[in-house]
Design a protein around this ligand. Structure first.
Ligand code: PLP
Length: 404
């Protein structure tokens, strides 16, 4: 399709029309074309600047175009870009060793290309225990491939694709008694998010993950913690479950790990680490050295520059700044994964008003706005965001009250 920018006079509209002409409509038309990013800032096709508090949906841990990631990726790509799993690439091994070191335990790693694939691998590991029953939480999100979708506790996303691989029971999130009733000695795995991100940043009661650990230990069931959204520093810890001192049998990662490049990782410990045997699972791009080099740069930079403490401190500043507005019921979450829960179902309108003020946020539910900025966001950027977002909230509330 030809570029008809000059005919329309609007570069954003022109790129949007090209998107509509060439792309499948599974996402619905995105709200804005972006052409450039630097740190926490991005620019649209007409040169307008935004503070990015979406972060590629909790992906861009170091922000856009971080020099450490750019350098690592460029150097790796210009020396050895891809070898397949028929050969060994050193960055792949180093990343696996580094992730196990962060976990503080002996284990093994399987790399893939996305969060769904990281969970798909966990699903297959569950089947390899010889058991078929699995348990996950309602509202939970674990991805869109068929196995991951079977674990996802959102019937609307599952319905068009039934039947899905069985036998998965979904139980209310945060309810330890429901886990105790559902997990039996026939249960292969229990999968949970430490905080439910896609379900509106829902935090379970204290002790929930510890109860899940005790229940699965008693039945010989694998505890799989899906840290795809919460992991790699997003909550102020390498893994969110470390805040409760919980050690899972399997931990899945993606999003923030790759510094913007696609990677998934399935970490397994103890007997779970021996479930995948030669030929049981794989992917051509598994452990691609360029992506692994980018991920190593992310991990090194987080450690070297003290980003975990920064996330805890900055997250509190952001949360405090937003908590006292008449449209805000509560701000929930951990670190820099926050859900601003509104008194009314106005999240889409708040998202629009924020964008008009140069702030990108995500209306994840009708009454919840999710914030997941790059972990490097500065105090100054947080303060700029808080002022502008407060104004967007006020404008939205005023309009709603006037219309009523
Ligand atoms: N698990 C969780 C907790 C997620 O938040 C997501 C994506 O939002 C996924 C799995 C799926 O990851 P991906 O979109 O990379 O397949």
């Amino acid at each position: 399709m030809s570029d008809d920018t000059h005919l329309t006079g609007s570069a954003n509209a022109a790129l949007t029309r090209r998107w509509q002409g060439a792309m499948m409509d599974n996402f619905g038309t995105p709200r804005l074309p972006l052409v450039k990013g630097q740190g926490v800032r991005v620019w649209d096709a007409e040169g307008r600047e935004y503070l990015d508090f979406v972060g590629g949906i909790a992906v861009n841990a170091l922000g856009h175009a971080h020099p450490a990631v750019v350098r690592a990726v460029a150097e790796q790509l210009s020396s050895l870009g891809h070898v397949s799993n028929l050969f060994i690439a050193e960055p792949t091994v180093r990343l696996a060793e580094r992730l196990l070191q962060i976990a503080g335990r002996e284990g093994r790693v399987y790399f893939s290309n996305s969060g769904a694939e990281a969970n798909e691998a966990a699903f297959k590991m569950g089947r390899l225990t010889g058991r078929t029953h699995m348990v996950s939480a309602t509202g939970g999100f674990h991805g869109r491939t068929m196995g991951a979708l079977a674990l996802t506790g959102q019937p609307g996303k599952q319905r068009p694709f039934l039947p899905l691989p069985g036998e998965v029971s979904h139980v209310p999130y945060g309810d330890a008694e429901a886990l105790r009733a559902a997990v039996t000695p026939d249960t292969a795995l229990l999968i949970l998010e430490p905080v439910q991100g896609e379900n509106g940043v829902v935090v379970p009661p204290p002790g929930y993950l510890r109860a899940a650990r005790a229940i699965t230990a008693a039945t010989g069931t694998l505890l799989v913690l899906d840290e795809i959204q919460t992991g790699i520093g997003r909550t102020g810890h390498w893994f969110a479950a470390q805040a409760e001192g919980v050690e899972a049998d399997v931990v899945t990662l993606a999003k923030g790990l790759g510094g913007g490049l696609p990677i998934g990782a399935t970490l397994a410990f103890g007997r779970a680490a021996e479930l995948l045997t030669p030929g049981a699972h794989g992917s051509t791009f598994s452990g691609n050295p360029v992506v692994c080099a980018g991920a190593l740069a992310v991990l090194d930079t987080i450690e070297r520059t003290g980003i975990l403490d920064h996330v805890t401190r900055t997250g509190e500043r952001l949360r405090d700044g937003l908590a006292h507005h008449p449209l805000v019921r509560e701000v929930r979450g951990a670190g820099l994964l926050l859900g601003v829960v509104l008194e009314r179902e106005l999240a889409a309108r708040v998202q629009r008003a924020a964008q008009d003020r140069g702030l990108l946020v995500n209306a994840v539910l009708p009454d919840v706005v999710r914030l997941a900025p790059p972990l490097i966001v500065s105090d100054r950027e947080v303060d700029t965001f808080v002022a502008g977002f407060g104004a967007a909230l006020s404008e939205t509330l005023d309009e709603a009250l006037t219309a009523a």
